[in-house]
Design a protein around this ligand. Structure first.
Ligand SMILES: C[S@@+](CC[C@H](N)C(=O)[O-])C[C@H]1O[C@@H](n2cnc3c(N)ncnc32)[C@H](O)[C@@H]1O
Length: 258
Protein backbone atom coordinates (compact mmCIF):
# COMPACT_ATOMS: atom_id res chain seq x y z
CA UNK A 1 0.00 0.00 0.00
CA UNK A 2 1.41 3.42 -0.83
CA UNK A 3 1.43 6.30 1.63
CA UNK A 4 -1.60 8.05 0.20
CA UNK A 5 -3.98 5.15 0.59
CA UNK A 6 -2.64 4.43 4.08
CA UNK A 7 -3.30 8.03 5.11
CA UNK A 8 -6.81 7.99 3.67
CA UNK A 9 -7.79 4.81 5.45
CA UNK A 10 -6.40 5.66 8.89
CA UNK A 11 -9.18 5.90 11.42
CA UNK A 12 -11.89 5.50 8.76
CA UNK A 13 -14.88 3.30 9.46
CA UNK A 14 -15.05 0.41 7.02
CA UNK A 15 -17.57 0.89 4.20
CA UNK A 16 -21.10 -0.30 4.75
CA UNK A 17 -23.06 -0.77 7.93
CA UNK A 18 -21.19 -2.78 10.54
CA UNK A 19 -22.82 -6.11 11.30
CA UNK A 20 -25.33 -5.60 14.10
CA UNK A 21 -25.10 -8.14 16.86
CA UNK A 22 -28.31 -10.17 17.18
CA UNK A 23 -29.08 -10.16 20.88
CA UNK A 24 -31.40 -12.94 22.01
CA UNK A 25 -32.25 -11.42 25.40
CA UNK A 26 -35.64 -9.95 24.42
CA UNK A 27 -34.44 -6.59 25.82
CA UNK A 28 -34.32 -3.18 24.09
CA UNK A 29 -31.19 -1.96 22.28
CA UNK A 30 -30.58 1.45 20.71
CA UNK A 31 -31.24 1.82 17.01
CA UNK A 32 -28.57 3.99 15.47
CA UNK A 33 -29.73 6.75 13.15
CA UNK A 34 -27.67 7.27 9.98
CA UNK A 35 -26.61 10.65 11.39
CA UNK A 36 -24.46 8.77 13.86
CA UNK A 37 -22.18 7.66 11.05
CA UNK A 38 -21.58 11.21 9.83
CA UNK A 39 -18.16 11.97 8.52
CA UNK A 40 -16.13 14.80 9.90
CA UNK A 41 -13.26 16.68 8.41
CA UNK A 42 -10.06 17.23 10.29
CA UNK A 43 -7.84 20.28 10.02
CA UNK A 44 -4.48 19.71 8.35
CA UNK A 45 -2.73 19.68 11.72
CA UNK A 46 -5.24 17.26 13.20
CA UNK A 47 -4.85 14.98 10.18
CA UNK A 48 -1.05 14.97 10.50
CA UNK A 49 -1.28 14.17 14.20
CA UNK A 50 -3.90 11.52 13.50
CA UNK A 51 -1.78 9.83 10.84
CA UNK A 52 1.19 9.73 13.16
CA UNK A 53 -0.46 8.60 16.38
CA UNK A 54 -3.70 6.76 15.59
CA UNK A 55 -2.01 3.50 14.57
CA UNK A 56 -0.45 3.29 18.01
CA UNK A 57 -3.26 4.68 20.17
CA UNK A 58 -6.44 3.92 18.23
CA UNK A 59 -8.30 1.11 16.52
CA UNK A 60 -11.44 0.96 14.41
CA UNK A 61 -14.21 -1.59 14.92
CA UNK A 62 -13.89 -3.92 11.93
CA UNK A 63 -16.81 -5.03 9.77
CA UNK A 64 -16.41 -8.66 10.62
CA UNK A 65 -18.30 -11.14 12.73
CA UNK A 66 -14.96 -12.49 13.98
CA UNK A 67 -14.11 -11.94 17.61
CA UNK A 68 -12.04 -8.76 18.04
CA UNK A 69 -11.42 -8.86 21.79
CA UNK A 70 -8.88 -6.23 22.85
CA UNK A 71 -5.85 -7.48 24.79
CA UNK A 72 -5.59 -4.66 27.36
CA UNK A 73 -2.16 -5.69 28.65
CA UNK A 74 -0.69 -5.71 25.17
CA UNK A 75 -2.32 -2.47 24.03
CA UNK A 76 -1.40 -0.49 27.15
CA UNK A 77 2.00 -2.17 27.46
CA UNK A 78 1.50 -3.13 31.10
CA UNK A 79 -0.07 -6.03 32.91
CA UNK A 80 -2.97 -6.37 35.30
CA UNK A 81 -4.25 -2.78 35.49
CA UNK A 82 -7.93 -1.91 35.92
CA UNK A 83 -9.67 -1.00 32.65
CA UNK A 84 -12.52 1.46 32.08
CA UNK A 85 -14.45 2.07 28.85
CA UNK A 86 -16.02 5.48 28.14
CA UNK A 87 -18.73 5.41 25.48
CA UNK A 88 -19.37 8.59 23.49
CA UNK A 89 -16.29 10.46 24.70
CA UNK A 90 -16.99 13.38 22.31
CA UNK A 91 -13.98 15.69 22.27
CA UNK A 92 -12.63 13.88 25.33
CA UNK A 93 -12.79 16.78 27.78
CA UNK A 94 -13.61 14.58 30.77
CA UNK A 95 -11.51 11.72 29.47
CA UNK A 96 -8.29 13.72 29.32
CA UNK A 97 -9.00 15.52 32.62
CA UNK A 98 -9.69 12.30 34.53
CA UNK A 99 -7.02 10.01 33.08
CA UNK A 100 -3.98 11.66 34.72
CA UNK A 101 -5.73 11.29 38.12
CA UNK A 102 -6.24 7.58 37.54
CA UNK A 103 -2.84 6.79 35.99
CA UNK A 104 -3.11 3.23 37.26
CA UNK A 105 -6.25 2.69 35.17
CA UNK A 106 -6.41 1.87 31.45
CA UNK A 107 -8.97 4.16 29.81
CA UNK A 108 -10.55 3.22 26.47
CA UNK A 109 -12.55 6.05 24.83
CA UNK A 110 -15.15 4.87 22.30
CA UNK A 111 -16.55 7.40 19.84
CA UNK A 112 -17.94 7.45 16.31
CA UNK A 113 -17.10 11.04 15.50
CA UNK A 114 -13.59 11.35 14.10
CA UNK A 115 -13.00 15.07 14.86
CA UNK A 116 -13.83 14.33 18.50
CA UNK A 117 -11.29 11.53 18.57
CA UNK A 118 -8.74 13.78 16.84
CA UNK A 119 -9.21 16.38 19.56
CA UNK A 120 -8.74 13.80 22.31
CA UNK A 121 -5.71 12.40 20.49
CA UNK A 122 -4.25 15.94 20.45
CA UNK A 123 -4.78 16.28 24.23
CA UNK A 124 -3.25 12.86 24.83
CA UNK A 125 -0.15 13.54 22.74
CA UNK A 126 0.42 17.11 23.92
CA UNK A 127 -0.28 16.20 27.55
CA UNK A 128 1.87 13.07 27.46
CA UNK A 129 -1.10 11.08 28.82
CA UNK A 130 -0.14 7.42 28.71
CA UNK A 131 -3.27 5.63 29.89
CA UNK A 132 -5.79 6.51 27.14
CA UNK A 133 -6.51 4.46 24.01
CA UNK A 134 -9.30 5.07 21.50
CA UNK A 135 -11.77 2.97 19.53
CA UNK A 136 -13.79 4.33 16.62
CA UNK A 137 -17.11 2.53 16.41
CA UNK A 138 -20.61 2.17 17.83
CA UNK A 139 -20.34 1.72 21.57
CA UNK A 140 -22.85 -1.13 21.72
CA UNK A 141 -21.07 -3.11 19.01
CA UNK A 142 -17.67 -2.35 20.53
CA UNK A 143 -18.85 -3.70 23.89
CA UNK A 144 -20.37 -6.76 22.24
CA UNK A 145 -17.48 -7.61 19.93
CA UNK A 146 -14.25 -6.03 21.24
CA UNK A 147 -14.66 -6.27 25.01
CA UNK A 148 -14.40 -9.67 26.68
CA UNK A 149 -17.07 -10.66 29.24
CA UNK A 150 -16.30 -9.68 32.86
CA UNK A 151 -13.13 -7.82 31.86
CA UNK A 152 -13.96 -4.21 32.82
CA UNK A 153 -13.68 -2.31 36.09
CA UNK A 154 -15.87 0.50 34.83
CA UNK A 155 -18.06 1.86 32.05
CA UNK A 156 -18.76 5.59 31.66
CA UNK A 157 -21.43 7.31 29.58
CA UNK A 158 -21.34 11.09 30.05
CA UNK A 159 -24.02 13.25 28.47
CA UNK A 160 -25.31 10.76 25.90
CA UNK A 161 -27.25 12.24 22.98
CA UNK A 162 -30.69 12.99 24.48
CA UNK A 163 -32.81 12.32 21.36
CA UNK A 164 -35.60 14.49 22.77
CA UNK A 165 -38.33 13.69 20.22
CA UNK A 166 -40.52 10.75 21.26
CA UNK A 167 -40.08 9.03 17.91
CA UNK A 168 -36.29 9.06 18.46
CA UNK A 169 -36.34 7.66 22.00
CA UNK A 170 -35.47 4.26 20.58
CA UNK A 171 -32.08 5.70 19.63
CA UNK A 172 -31.17 6.49 23.24
CA UNK A 173 -28.16 4.48 24.31
CA UNK A 174 -29.47 3.82 27.82
CA UNK A 175 -31.92 0.96 27.32
CA UNK A 176 -32.57 -2.32 29.12
CA UNK A 177 -30.42 -4.20 26.58
CA UNK A 178 -27.44 -1.83 26.85
CA UNK A 179 -27.56 -2.07 30.67
CA UNK A 180 -27.56 -5.86 30.37
CA UNK A 181 -24.67 -5.83 27.89
CA UNK A 182 -22.66 -3.48 30.12
CA UNK A 183 -23.35 -5.72 33.13
CA UNK A 184 -21.97 -8.73 31.23
CA UNK A 185 -18.77 -6.80 30.39
CA UNK A 186 -18.16 -5.56 33.96
CA UNK A 187 -16.25 -7.67 36.48
CA UNK A 188 -18.14 -8.34 39.71
CA UNK A 189 -17.70 -5.12 41.70
CA UNK A 190 -17.26 -3.07 38.49
CA UNK A 191 -18.98 0.32 38.19
CA UNK A 192 -21.30 1.91 35.63
CA UNK A 193 -21.34 5.74 35.74
CA UNK A 194 -23.84 7.77 33.70
CA UNK A 195 -24.38 11.55 33.69
CA UNK A 196 -27.03 13.61 31.91
CA UNK A 197 -28.20 17.22 31.97
CA UNK A 198 -31.39 16.45 30.10
CA UNK A 199 -34.44 16.33 32.40
CA UNK A 200 -36.48 14.08 30.13
CA UNK A 201 -33.57 11.66 29.64
CA UNK A 202 -33.07 11.64 33.43
CA UNK A 203 -36.70 10.56 33.84
CA UNK A 204 -36.08 7.84 31.26
CA UNK A 205 -33.01 6.60 33.17
CA UNK A 206 -34.90 6.81 36.50
CA UNK A 207 -37.34 4.26 35.07
CA UNK A 208 -34.47 1.91 34.21
CA UNK A 209 -32.21 2.08 37.28
CA UNK A 210 -33.40 -1.26 38.66
CA UNK A 211 -34.24 -3.03 35.43
CA UNK A 212 -30.99 -5.02 35.16
CA UNK A 213 -30.74 -7.72 37.86
CA UNK A 214 -26.91 -7.96 37.61
CA UNK A 215 -26.55 -4.27 38.51
CA UNK A 216 -27.12 -2.81 41.96
CA UNK A 217 -28.13 0.83 41.78
CA UNK A 218 -25.98 2.94 44.10
CA UNK A 219 -27.41 6.42 43.37
CA UNK A 220 -25.11 9.42 43.65
CA UNK A 221 -22.64 10.13 45.15
CA UNK A 222 -21.07 6.82 46.20
CA UNK A 223 -18.28 7.67 48.60
CA UNK A 224 -16.28 4.46 48.33
CA UNK A 225 -16.71 3.75 44.66
CA UNK A 226 -13.72 1.72 43.49
CA UNK A 227 -13.10 3.90 40.40
CA UNK A 228 -12.79 7.66 39.97
CA UNK A 229 -16.29 9.16 39.81
CA UNK A 230 -15.40 12.85 39.85
CA UNK A 231 -15.59 13.98 36.25
CA UNK A 232 -13.27 16.90 37.05
CA UNK A 233 -14.44 19.29 34.37
CA UNK A 234 -17.47 20.90 32.94
CA UNK A 235 -17.61 19.43 29.45
CA UNK A 236 -18.71 21.39 26.41
CA UNK A 237 -22.18 19.87 26.54
CA UNK A 238 -22.45 20.18 30.28
CA UNK A 239 -21.42 23.82 29.98
CA UNK A 240 -24.25 24.41 27.55
CA UNK A 241 -26.65 22.64 29.89
CA UNK A 242 -25.58 24.72 32.87
CA UNK A 243 -26.03 27.89 30.84
CA UNK A 244 -29.65 26.88 30.43
CA UNK A 245 -29.83 26.11 34.15
CA UNK A 246 -30.21 22.43 33.54
CA UNK A 247 -29.65 20.11 36.43
CA UNK A 248 -26.88 17.56 36.11
CA UNK A 249 -27.95 14.07 37.19
CA UNK A 250 -25.38 11.36 37.87
CA UNK A 251 -26.03 7.64 38.27
CA UNK A 252 -23.81 4.86 39.61
CA UNK A 253 -24.35 1.11 39.60
CA UNK A 254 -22.22 -1.79 40.89
CA UNK A 255 -22.03 -5.15 39.17
CA UNK A 256 -23.25 -7.67 41.72
CA UNK A 257 -20.99 -10.44 42.96
CA UNK A 258 -23.31 -13.36 42.44
C1 LIG B 1 -23.77 14.83 23.60
S1 LIG B 1 -22.20 14.19 23.18
C2 LIG B 1 -21.33 14.12 24.73
C3 LIG B 1 -19.83 13.98 24.57
C4 LIG B 1 -18.99 13.91 25.86
N1 LIG B 1 -19.29 12.72 26.63
C5 LIG B 1 -19.18 15.15 26.70
O1 LIG B 1 -19.72 15.06 27.81
O2 LIG B 1 -18.79 16.23 26.25
C6 LIG B 1 -22.56 12.50 22.83
C7 LIG B 1 -21.43 11.82 22.07
O3 LIG B 1 -21.72 10.44 21.94
C8 LIG B 1 -21.34 10.01 20.65
N2 LIG B 1 -22.13 8.81 20.34
C9 LIG B 1 -23.46 8.76 20.12
N3 LIG B 1 -23.86 7.50 19.93
C10 LIG B 1 -22.74 6.73 20.04
C11 LIG B 1 -22.52 5.35 19.94
N4 LIG B 1 -23.51 4.51 19.69
N5 LIG B 1 -21.25 4.90 20.10
C12 LIG B 1 -20.24 5.76 20.36
N6 LIG B 1 -20.40 7.09 20.48
C13 LIG B 1 -21.63 7.57 20.31
C14 LIG B 1 -21.62 11.18 19.75
O4 LIG B 1 -20.86 11.12 18.55
C15 LIG B 1 -21.24 12.35 20.65
O5 LIG B 1 -19.90 12.71 20.49
Amino acid sequence: MDNVSVTESIGELPHGRPPQTEFDTGLDYPRLGSVTFRRGTLTENQQALFDEWWPRLGVVLENTEDEQHIDYDEWFGRAGHPTVVEIGSGTGTSTSAMAPLEADTNVIAVELYKPGLAKLLGSVVRGGIENIRMVRGDGVEVLARMIAPESLDGVRIFFPDPWPKARHHKRRIIQSGTLNLIATRLKPGGVLHVATDHADYAEWIDELVNVEPMLEYKGWPWENAPILTNRQVITKFEGKGLDKEHVIREYLWEKKNE
